[in-house]
Design a protein around this ligand. Structure first.
Ligand SMILES: CC(=O)CC(=O)O
Length: 249
């Protein structure tokens, strides 16, 4: 292929058959189960990168079903999201995500900088509860149970919370192993259409694993659990801080 054709064709690897298509990336009937818990402040400070700031030592443990996602297909994801502030604005820092589909792992890492790893999250209905698990290989790393839609919630405040900025630390190494991209990225969810929202009691246990270190942010107290479903678009991101530039800009 001629150099000019490489330049005009290249989007993602492999050159002639990329691991994921171009966006936009729209998710239909995206179902979230979010268990909010209190953790240790020191543990949180050790993982959240400045210039993001933490207020309360809170973690949102999320399980997400994505049965119908343009370009990415049908997959399940789980991970930890941390409420933060950036320049006085409230948002959420995506600390780690585990999922079972290659296209959003590759696209999520390369485009936005999502900290995605391959694993086996499951959301299963079990009588009057939903059972959510995360296995890394054979090992159980997370086990959660959530009551089934105990109380209907107003959807508007949840839709509003989904419009807040989300932050990622995008790390792409150079061929010599040094960081080539080291950026704080901000992205938004847009065109949100809520389908329903519910509150329920929940229990969650995190187990130590060398390659799936969810237990690094231990559960000290479950604060709440919400279950909701929405259509939404995952907009592309923007760089808000460049760690390789002397002043971050
Ligand atoms: C690409 C993705 O799968 C992004 C996400 O975690 O929503």
């Amino acid at each position: 292929m001629k150099i000019a054709d490489v330049r005009s064709t290249a989007f993602a690897m492999p050159l002639t058959n990329p691991a994921y298509p171009r966006g936009p990336y729209r998710f239909y009937n995206r179902e979230f189960i979010v268990i909010t818990y209190r953790t240790d402040r020191a543990a949180l400070e050790a993982v959240v990168p400045e210039p993001l700031e933490i207020d309360e030592p809170i973690v949102k443990y999320e399980f997400i079903r994505m049965p119908d996602s343009t370009g990415f297909g049908d997959y399940t994801e789980t991970g930890q999201v941390i409420p933060v502030t950036y320049k006085g604005e409230k948002g959420a820092y995506v600390h780690a995500m585990y999922l079972d589909d290659d296209a959003p792992i590759a696209g999520g890492r390369e485009l936005w900088g999502f900290p995605k790893k391959l694993a086996s999250p499951k959301i299963e209905h079990d009588g009057d509860v939903i059972v959510c698990t995360l296995r890394y290989g054979k090992a159980l790393c997370v086990s959660a149970s959530v009551g089934y839609k105990h109380r209907i919630l107003e959807a508007a405040p949840i839709a509003q919370s989904l419009t807040q900025p989300n932050f990622l630390l995008k790390i792409i190494p150079h061929v010599d192993g040094s960081p080539r991209v080291l950026e704080l990225v901000r992205y938004y969810m847009t065109d949100i259409v809520m389908k329903g929202a519910w509150a329920s009691p929940a229990a969650i246990d995190l187990y130590s694993h060398v390659a799936c270190d969810v237990a690094r942010l231990p559960v000290r107290e479950v604060i709440s659990a919400v279950h909701f479903s929405a259509d939404l678009t995952l907009a592309l991101g923007e760089v808000v801080f460049d760690y390789l530039a002397p002043d971050g800009a």
